[in-house]
Design a protein around this ligand. Sequence first.
Ligand code: ADP
Length: 433
Amino acid sequence: MKALWVRTFWLLLSVLGLVVLPAKLAFGTFWSVAALIACLLLMLGWHLVHLGQLLDWQEGPLDGPLPRGRGVWEIAFAGLHRRVRVRLGQQQSLSETLDRFMRAFQALPDGVIAFDRHQHIEWINERAESHFALSAASDRGQALTNLIRQPDFVAYLENGKFDEPLIYRGGRVEGLVLMLQVIPYGEDHRLLVSRDISQIERLENMRRDFIANVSHELKTPLTVVAGFSEMLAENYEDYGDAEIKHYLTLICEQNGRMQRLIEDLLTLSSLESGAALASEERVEIEPMLRSIFAEAQALSGGKHEIVLSIEAPSVLAGCANELRSAFGNLVGNAVRYTPPGGKVDLTWRVRHGCGEFVVADTGIGIAAQHLPRLTERFYRVDRSRSRETGGTGLGLAIVKHVLTRHQATLEIESELGKGSRFVARFARQRLLS
Ligand code: ADP
């Protein structure tokens, strides 16, 4: 502003000194006034030209180049230019910040839907699109309750009490369980945050099933033990030695069953604890299989033909105890599920660089529909047969865990009435020789 006044003052002084005063001296008052008016008109014209340039510029695009002015206009345009640049810079950094926030919202593992007080959707992130089968492009502006109509959800929104989350099942995406929470923000704006808890629900169900299964497994032997013990304790004198011995044998059998169950549960729990292999040692396959073979013969009591063939005397990198337990379970099953007179073949071989332990039997076999579930805890094809032969229903679950911990796979082939073939396959990195 100061510059404007200073320049105007000097200009007027120059006009008076260089034009008006010489005109007055040379031609008289009339011509000096005429010269003054002409100068003022010239100045007005000059300002109007610059004003026109400014008006043209302000009608153009926001970031259009400013005209180059002269004199005081040069200063004015330079100031404007500086302001526009600063504003554009601020706008740019604001839009970058906004963009970063948007990307952060997109990257969230939770779904986020922003909506207004009329429940009209303003913004949806990708996770929310997949949680509710919505489309950000076509559903923006729609009322949330028109798209998510589940009564519990509608009631939750209308209730307005958002301290507790809502568990949302049975939405458009099958099998998905969501935990929803509405977070009010700003004036009458809200965020709907959705978290996928399907996995947690599944684990919770598994935990409940597991407890029910364990209780069920323990209940039968405990009932037998409690029943016979009470009977003997109360009426001991009514029974002869042979009867007492018989009842005590039954109690021992049931005790053994509970013991096996607890041992298998402990093994499973230590395998499932997620800790890495307790130890990576050199496991000599041949002596391990020979000792498992001897145990299988003892279990069979000479009722089966059991053949062990070791094609390559390999050494595996792994945990000997775990491998022994897995191989022992496979061999034990082959003997237990093969009727007397049947055959069990145990083979260790190396195929395409992978170590394979193959257990083939000519036993009762397994119908195809059971194969995918065999390694689930407590899954049995024939409950009573499993119990009769001392099974806990946890053997193949243990096998599967041990093999997974050794980056090995379990392949099962079986035909009802003809026999089964279990192959534990170890990757070549596990084979030390
Ligand atoms: P279990 O203690 O009942 O044997 P497992 O987990 O070892 O439990 O095996 C699960 C089920 O798989 C068994 O109950 C049985 O029905 C079936 N199974 C396992 N191995 C064999 C086999 N070699 N032949 C036939 N059925 C088998």
